[in-house]
Each structure stands twice: as structure tokens, then as C-alpha cells.
Design a protein around this ligand. Structure first.
Ligand SMILES: [Zn+2]
Length: 432
């Protein structure tokens, strides 16, 4: 055994592509009952074998053993809504004004690490991160979760995505390391062109702004964003390349507009009404309720006054609406909006999903199998099945009994992505 590569430790050990996880209870994400004392073997980045310890194959040659005794072995988690280039501690204008170009790429490095350490092995970045960050992670230059990027979001002039303040200062230009987080989109012609443009940039999901939002200076969550007509053009053009569309939609009308246009997911959905819930059931679209951000109190010291006021108003009733949707059985994928809230605490979303009506098992599936389906990666990730990518997380204790244990990154004792051990706090060399 070589270096354990504990939290924050250096590069993963090269060559150790066979990993054996032993001693834990396996929650494999397929919907099967948890299995005590099961073993997972990964080889060359894929899951090679799973089964009871008594039948486990003898592994010879160099390999890594991960001790999961007393813990639960789960598929690597998916966070379907993050912004890696955003700081997660408010939009502090004085700080942002003095930020050099491209700084955001470097600032993302510790966030990628923290996200991985929290147990998240795949993220969907819904504006800001681009192909440069996704490629750097793929190539192992920077450790992090695999990234499904939207690159830039499509939103209307003066709407969410237009981050110019009254004086003309553009928050978007400093948030996005490439100089933007969105493409202003007005009318169906621009909707068509900008959809093609973000896909050219490497977007594997197209993000549209169906409503206004909290952090945009010139609109509110109760304003509509892109029209149903504009979003219909986006959905059709993206579908031609097999790319799904995610809609930021907070008020009830905007949620219905987005669903009528055929989006794959409603992001936030804080004021979803009965008709919206019915439409979700009919279309099979996912709700990504981003409760972590929704329930974080606004910090007046770090936020513009307009954002604080909007957020407080939004928080008044969102729990009722989101709970109604979850209890009605809409499809749910775990997403946090990390970047707007703190990075590296992604699995705090699990207890919040349970508080709003999911069972612990359903919450865990929302963060694994179901989110993988939303990302179009169900054949590759989301469950611990032979042939899938070896994304494996070990959590101390039993998150099915108390889902909050997974919310503390300190309880995530091991993280494996594509068969590479990125974290193993109980491994050789990890103990003081
Ligand atoms: Zn977001």
C-alpha cells in the first residue's frame, strides 16, 4: 500500500487502478435493499465485481484496499446544480471590482477539491464553468468531480443572466473567468443562434432563464424571463444534438412556461403550483429544488440590498410549494446551487429533501441514480453495478437511518472517482 491520499492530500497514487472496498453495507442505488458486508472491486476505472464478502475474488497484484467497516458504501453522488466559478459567499462588489481577469479558474481549484471530498463525483455546472475546467479535471490536472457544463446561460436583456448594475458594472463579467456567465437572448432567432453557440462551446446541457432571480439587479423572481416560444426553440435545437435543457424557474407561471417548452428540469421551482406539479408528472421532467441555497439566510454584509429583500420574500412560502411537489411524487434530482451557497457542503441537501417530504432512500436515489438519469449518464454512473464507472463513496454510519450523517464531509471517509482513490481518511498513512 502506498500513500493514502487523504483529504487535501496530493495527487492520487498512479497505477493503483484496482481498488477493493470491504466491510461496509452496500447501498447500490438500484433500489435494492442495503446489503451488509458486501465487497466492491474496481478495476481500470470500472466496477468489476460486487457481492458478499464470502464470495469475494482474491485480488493479487498492486491494489488499494478501502476499509468501510461500520460504514455504508454508496455510488458517488451527483450535484445537478452548481456554479464552480462563483465563490459561495455572496456577491461582494468591492471584492469583485478588484478581481483580475481569469482569476476564477484558479479560485475554482479548492472548490473542486472540496466538492469531491464531500462525496460528489459528478456535477452539472449551470453557468460559469466552461470546457477548460471540465477538461482540466478529465485530464487529472486538477482533482475534482467530472463536470457536465452549461458554459453560459441564455437569458433576456434585463433579466436573470443580465448582471449589469444601474451604473453598468457587470457582475457576470467578473463571476465568469471567461468574461461572462450568460448570453443575452432576445427573440427566437437569438434563441436559436445562442443555443448553437453554447453547444459549440461544449455545453452538454443548455441553461435557460425562465424567470427572474435573486441576484440579478434588474428583475425579480416574480418576473418571467425567456418566453415559452423562445424556450421551445432552444429545446428543439438542443434536442437535435441530444442535449437536454435546464430552466431556472422560480414563479409558478415561469415553471409552466418552461414545462410547456419541454425542458428536462426545472431548477429551484420554489413557487410551483398544482398545474405545474401535474405538468411535471405528465412530462417526466425533474425538479431540482436547490433547498440548500433556498434555506440559507441572506447575509446583508455581503449582498446587495435588492438581493436580500427578494430572497426574504421568496423564503416565506417556498417550503410549502416544494413539499407539495415532493409529496406528489415528481421526479427529483439533488442539486444545491453551490456557488450561490457554500461549496463543499453539497450533501446538506439530503436532510433538506427529507424535511420536505422524501424518504431517506428516495433522497439518496435523488443524489445518485435519479440525478444520473437527468444528466443522461445513467449507463455510466449513479449505481454500483458491474461495468459502470467506479465512482464509490464510503460514509461512516448509516445514512438510511439518519441521512444527515452524509451531510458532514468529515463522515465521508473515502471517495473514488473513475477508480482513482481521491480520499481515504482511514487508509494507510492517513492516521496521525
Ligand atoms: Zn444556479
Amino acid at each position: 500500500m502506498g500513500n493514502a491520499g487523504p483529504t487535501g492530500g496530493g495527487a492520487p497514487e498512479p497505477g493503483a487502478r484496482t481498488v477493493v472496498v470491504r466491510g461496509g453495507t452496500v447501498f447500490d442505488g438500484t433500489g435494492a435493499a442495503p446489503r451488509p458486508d458486501w465487497v466492491v472491486v474496481a478495476r481500470d476505472g470500472r466496477i468489476d465485481w460486487t457481492g458478499p464478502a464470502a464470495d469475494a475474488p482474491t485480488v493479487s497484484g498492486p491494489h488499494r484496499e478501502i476499509d468501510a467497516a461500520g460504514g455504508t458504501v454508496l455510488p458517488g453522488f451527483v450535484d445537478a446544480h452548481v456554479h464552480l466559478v462563483m465563490s459561495g459567499d455572496g456577491m461582494n462588489p468591492a471584492r469583485l471590482l478588484d478581481q483580475p481577469p481569469h482569476y476564477g479558474y484558479y479560485a475554482a481549484i479548492p472548490r473542486l477539491r472540496a466538492t469531491l471530498d464531500a462525496g460528489v463525483t459528478t456535477v452539472r455546472d449551470l453557468a460559469g464553468a466552461d470546457q477548460a475546467i471540465a477538461l482540466a479535471v478529465d485530464e487529472g490536472i486538477v482533482p475534482g468531480p467530472r463536470i457536465v457544463p452549461a458554459c453560459l446561460a441564455l437569458g433576456p436583456t434585463g433579466g436573470h443572466g443580465d448582471f449589469r448594475t444601474a451604473c453598468g458594472f457587470d457582475y457576470g463579467a467578473v463571476q465568469g473567468p471567461s468574461g461572462a456567465v450568460s448570453l443575452l437572448t432576445d427573440g427566437t432567432d437569438e434563441a436559436l443562434r445562442n443555443t448553437r453557440e453554447v453547444m459549440r462551446m461544449g455545453a452538454r446541457v443548455v441553461k435557460v432563464m425562465a424567470s427572474g432571480g435573486v441576484w440579478s439587479p434588474r428583475d425579480t423572481p416574480w418576473d418571467d424571463g425567456l418566453s415559452a416560444e423562445e424556450m421551445t426553440v432552444v429545446v428543439r435545437e438542443a434536442a437535435a444534438r441530444g442535449v437536454p435543457v435546464a430552466a431556472h424557474a422560480q414563479n409558478a407561471g415561469s415553471i409552466r412556461n418552461a414545462l410547456a417548452a419541454g425542458v428536462a428540469s426545472v431548477e429551484h421551482g420554489y413557487e410551483i403550483d398544482e398545474r405545474g406539479i401535474d405538468m411535471m408528472g405528465e412530462s417526466g421532467a425533474f425538479l431540482v429544488p436547490t433547498l440548500t441555497t433556498a434555506t440559507t439566510p441572506p447575509d446583508p454584509a455581503r449582498s446587495a440590498a435588492y438581493a436580500v429583500a427578494k430572497k426574504l420574500r421568496l423564503q416565506e412560502r417556498l417550503s410549502t410549494h416544494v413539499s407539495a411537489a415532493l409529496r406528489a411524487g415528481v421526479r427529483v434530482a439533488l442539486g444545491t446551487d453551490s456557488g450561490v451557497c457554500q461549496h463543499g457542503r453539497n450533501l446538506r441537501e439530503l436532510p433538506l429533501l427529507v424535511e420536505h417530504g422524501l424518504s431517506p432512500e428516495a433522497a439518496l436515489l435523488a443524489g445518485t441514480r435519479d440525478a444520473a438519469q437527468l444528466l443522461g449518464l445513467a449507463d455510466e454512473i449513479g449505481t454500483l453495478e458491474v461495468g459502470k464507472r467506479a465512482d464509490v463513496v464510503v460514509c461512516a454510519g448509516d445514512p438510511l437511518a439518519d441521512v444527515a450523517v452524509a451531510a458532514d464531509p468529515g463522515n465521508i471517509t473515502a471517495v473514488v472517482r473513475d477508480g482513482v482513490v481521491h480520499k481515504d481518511t482511514r487508509g494507510a498513512g492517513a492516521r496521525a
